[in-house]
Design a protein around this ligand. Sequence first.
Ligand code: FE2
Length: 172
Amino acid sequence: MTDAEFSQLEAELFDDYGLPLNGLHGARHWRRVDRFGQLLALHTGADVEVVRRFALFHDSQRYNDEKDPGHGQRAAHRARQFCADELTTEQMQLLHLACLGHERGITTDDPTVGTCWDADRLDIDRQGKLPWLSLMSTPLGCKIAEMSPQDRLFWANLEPWGGKTRGLFRDS
Ligand SMILES: [Fe+2]
């Protein structure tokens, strides 16, 4: 999936996303999960076609920014509607499983599903929390989760969620 294809699919998901796009589970989070997922996939052997689509879909069918039980199932359904024609049956099964299970607080030995879940769980600093080490599925995900928030963001080349402290500038 190219970045252009990612952006196009993302824009289509904006249509029925009822929460703020820069909110806790909005498009800003989707892009950060995509970033973590792509980096993890370089080492975990995950199928990046599945991982990038997971980043887009997994929280796209939320009704609220709280626990929202069932949003994983709705995401899995939406992902099948959008992606069944462009993925293999096996890829679609993995994407469905990843979306369905991501809210359940479990881990997996499957490298692709595990990379999806780790990528999501690594973008937890935005909620003022640290990643839960026992919920990491891949060895690399666990290693990145052990880093300080600053080192983790540096590794992923991401800005802090709250933004950088800006310097003061003079007009002249
Ligand atoms: Fe998420």
